[in-house]
Design a protein around this ligand. Structure first.
Ligand SMILES: [Zn+2]
Length: 283
């Protein structure tokens, strides 16, 4: 049955189903991203407008389409609905599609889809609040072991070693940074994130993930600086988008967690052929 759904003729249909599932689940991720930092239940009550309390009807809750249909405005009070909501839905769906192309319809796919969504939630909450919720990332250590158990590329031992290597390397970095500067450079949240990624990736991909994360973080930091300068020159607006009140905050904030999450997902979804070029001897 699974072979049929993966086969050439059926694959486009299966891919479409996976994509739509990604959109729907992405909608649920928006609820998680909004409610987890507020310590609210993620299942009850149904979603409502954060401004006027208008309960969102089922036809106003169709991923991406409803946002377009409502032209980004609440039908109750006309308040703007953030572009972040359809963005998260589309991002989740696209990554689900890539995961299907990489792993096919398989037991592994279930565990990697969970990884993708947990990383999106972690990254978004970290960006918003600079806090990583262990309840979101720590279960990934277990699902990562399961992922490796069903994998033909990583063994369960590599998965275990991946957790230790991922968490260990950042703990070591924090320790060295503390000894040298007497300051805590990174949060424990980053340790959780790379440990969780390690459970999926095994130890060998961790250097690549760190490289990707550093590159993405540096580019983002430069872009944020430029935007801030422009904004300040224009009308003295503070960087509320980044939850910082002044430029000094931007300097102090080390946004590493979201980039680790991004890099972890990217490396896990890299086509086998490309990974093979990077690590020919391992695969
Ligand atoms: Zn409203």
């Amino acid at each position: 049955m699974i072979d049929v759904l993966n086969s050439g003729q059926m694959a486009p249909f299966t891919a479409a189903v996976v994509f739509i599932f990604g959109l729907l689940f992405g909608s649920f991720l928006n609820v998680c991203i909004y409610r987890i930092p507020l310590k609210k239940s993620i299942v009850f009550p149904p979603s409502s407008c954060t401004k006027c309390g208008h309960v969102i009807k089922w036809y106003e809750n169709i991923p991406v389409l409803s946002w377009l249909f409502l032209r980004g405005k609440c039908s109750g009070c006309g308040d703007k609905i953030s572009l972040i909501y359809p963005f998260i839905e589309l991002l989740n769906a696209l990554l689900y599609l890539f995961a299907f192309l990489r792993f096919g319809l398989s037991i592994q796919l279930i565990f990697i889809l969970y990884f993708i969504s947990a990383m999106i939630v972690t990254a978004m909450i970290d960006l918003k609040t600079q806090f990583v919720y262990p309840a979101v990332v720590l279960p990934l250590a277990v699902t990562g072991l399961a992922f490796s158990y069903f994998s033909t590329e990583t063994t369960i031992y590599q998965s275990l070693f991946g957790i230790l290597a991922g968490a260990g390397i950042l703990l070591f970095a924090i320790l060295v940074f503390y000894i040298v500067t007497r300051k805590i450079g990174m949060g424990l949240g980053d340790v959780y994130i790379l440990g969780a990624i390690g459970a999926y990736s095994g130890p060998f991909k961790i250097p690549l993930i760190l490289l990707f994360a550093s590159l993405a973080g540096t580019l983002f930091f430069i872009a944020a600086k430029l935007i801030f300068k422009k904004k300040r020159l224009a009308d003295n607006v503070t960087m509320s988008d980044l939850n910082t009140t002044d430029e000094k905050d931007l300097d102090n904030a080390i946004y590493f967690g979201p980039f680790l999450a991004l890099a972890g997902v990217a490396v896990m979804l890299l086509p086998y052929e490309i990974l093979n070029i990077v690590y020919p001897s391992i695969f």
